[in-house]
Ligand binder design. Sequence first.
Ligand SMILES: C[S@@+](CC[C@H](N)C(=O)[O-])C[C@H]1O[C@@H](n2cnc3c(N)ncnc32)[C@H](O)[C@@H]1O
Length: 235
Amino acid sequence: MTPTADKKRHRTIRSFVRRAGRLTPSQQRALGELWPSYGVDFSPAPLDFDGLFGRDAPVVLEIGFGNGDSLVQQALENPGMNFLGIEVHEPGVGHCLLQADAAGLSNLKLIMHDAIEVLTHQLPPASLQRINIYFPDPWPKKRHHKRRLVQHTFLKLIHDRLKPGGMLHVATDWANYAGHIDDVLGDSGLFRCDERREHDGDAPLDRPETKFERRGLRKGHRIWDWRFTRMAKND
Ligand SMILES: C[S@@+](CC[C@H](N)C(=O)[O-])C[C@H]1O[C@@H](n2cnc3c(N)ncnc32)[C@H](O)[C@@H]1O
């Protein structure tokens, strides 16, 4: 394969498959009426967070927020922080818009686009205080492992977008993905593990319970939670 063809092939490996998922009428309405208040369209130009949120406050990013319940709860509980959520699943974004509006949030913005492209083109270097990745798609089949979000190139990207001393929180209910996360973060030399918990949904690390966590617990899965700190390159 030529280098160009190889590059092209890699660009098409995504961490998600767009599911058709039907929008309820209220989600459909929310996407039309509430998007102007909470939505940020994807653009390859770097965002100015102070201008976007109308104030200078630490920014917390959640990648793959699903239906957004945990994102909305965290934004409500932390009014001094700005929250940015990225999700590709339209019904989830519609649900999140409805919850944000019902809660009257002014510290939340949403982007409906591939998080890798958003991080690469739209989020400035050293701009985020914390990144949350709760129950990323596990891609359990070996031949699909390359689709997992947490990979070395991804870690290099988020390391660059976090502020010095910024935090990365991750949770999963898949034992094999947990082992992968331990390995890839341990090998990266980019993050220090400050806390790691393995539990039955009874000891989460500074986050609300999520929909996929409840689903995993119903199936009898265990839960793994990590808190990492971004290290300086020479730490
Ligand atoms: C297993 S679900 C977890 C949802 C939620 N965090 C929870 O715990 O309930 C993973 C979510 O990540 C989203 N996702 C996966 N890759 C993504 C990407 N590259 N950009 C944006 N969203 C992504 C999927 O659409 C899906 O909704």
